[in-house]
Design a protein around this ligand. Structure first.
Ligand SMILES: CC(C)(COP(=O)(O)OP(=O)(O)OC[C@H]1O[C@@H](n2cnc3c(N)ncnc32)[C@H](O)[C@@H]1OP(=O)(O)O)[C@@H](O)C(=O)NCCC(=O)NCCSC(=O)C[C@H](O)C(=O)O
Ligand SMILES: [Mg+2]
Length: 274
């Protein structure tokens, strides 16, 4: 089994040259060079040039570009620039229906942002479009659209968060959790990562260098977990050899889906080692 981890996906504003340079060294599993909400209208053209230059550099991870939304005056040029410069994928903000994504006929993977009520309601169809690699939650826009209030456990967003996980997983795509806005609250960030991981997200979008390592840890597999997965797979192999389709390991039930889960954990651990 071969998997590519997307534990941390770092947004980098296209109009901040220092951040664009620094992003190459931070250990994120992917970076998202942002031309949308992190960039003021008067800086859009400069940001596009900076991102074009950044795409020519060597990166240790996949580099995505978040283009401005469909229907804005920048979107077409953003997309053309990114595709010509050899981007690894595009992030499209505020995706609300599957048809919009289908009609783009992109030749690189598309990561669709789910950050409006309509986007949440249509998330399953959006995720199912061929070429969509994953769904990213945009919790700031979503909270604004829902008129919900901040809540330490994201209670008003839980339905939407789970809908994104369900939709992406049903289509075999990756669900990626929203950003955590307070870059000076590592405990709060760790709690939210834990919640996202528990809900089924594969990783988290992050906005600051200080959040990268914590997201990698929260959505990664520890050495001890990898060892436990190996032991479970050994127990399962032994059981299968004996013609059993159910066994116990360390006192707990083991069936095929548990073995599949252990194999996926091990593959993620191996990928992170590389
Ligand atoms: C959040 C920030 C504005 C904080 O900025 P600041 O206080 O200036 O940061 P620091 O001084 O602590 O920065 C220290 C050094 O780290 C570099 N840095 C900072 N952020 C990044 C980054 N994202 N990538 C790479 N490098 C970064 C600084 O250059 C400093 O470097 P050095 O000079 O060597 O010390 C700021 O972190 C920031 O702008 N973050 C990204 C914001 C962003 O991208 N927003 C858009 C995506 S989130 C979104 O849109 C939400 C979604 O759509 C939704 O709806 O929810
Ligand atoms: Mg947004």
């Amino acid at each position: 089994m071969s998997v590519k981890p997307y534990r941390s996906m770092l947004y980098v504003p296209g109009d901040k040259p220092r951040a664009l340079e620094k992003a190459r060294t931070l250990g994120a599993d992917a970076v998202i060079l942002d031309l949308e909400d992190a960039v003021a209208p008067e800086h859009k053209e400069d940001a596009r040039s900076n991102v074009q230059a950044a795409l020519k550099e060597n990166w240790p991870c996949p580099v995505l570009v978040r283009v401005n939304g469909l229907g804005t005056r920048w979107e077409h040029q953003d997309r053309e620039m990114a595709l010509l410069a050899g981007v690894d994928g595009l992030v499209l903000p505020k995706v609300e229906d599957a048809r919009t994504v289908q009609d783009l006929h992109l030749r690189v993977p598309l990561w669709a942002m789910i950050e409006t009520p309509a986007g949440v309601l249509n998330a399953a169809a959006i995720a199912a479009v061929p070429g969509v690699a994953g769904l990213l939650v945009g919790a700031n826009d979503l909270a604004r659209a829902l008129r919900s209030r901040p809540h330490p456990e994201r209670l008003p967003l839980l339905h939407a968060l789970s809908a994104v996980v369900l939709s992406a997983r049903a289509a075999g795509k990756l669900p990626i959790d929203a950003v955590f806005n307070d870059v000076r609250d590592p405990e709060g960030f760790a709690r939210e990562c834990e919640q996202g991981r528990t809900l089924g997200f594969a990783g988290k979008t992050v906005i600051h260098p200080a959040q990268v390592e914590a997201a990698n840890a929260a959505f990664g597999v520890t050495d001890a977990q990898a060892q436990a997965a190996r032991e479970l797979l050994d127990a399962w192999a032994q059981a299968r050899q004996e013609g059993k389709s159910v066994t116990t390991h360390a006192g707990a039930l083991v069936e095929q889906m548990h073995a599949d889960g252990a194999a996926e954990h091990l593959a993620l651990w191996e990928a992170a080692q590389r």
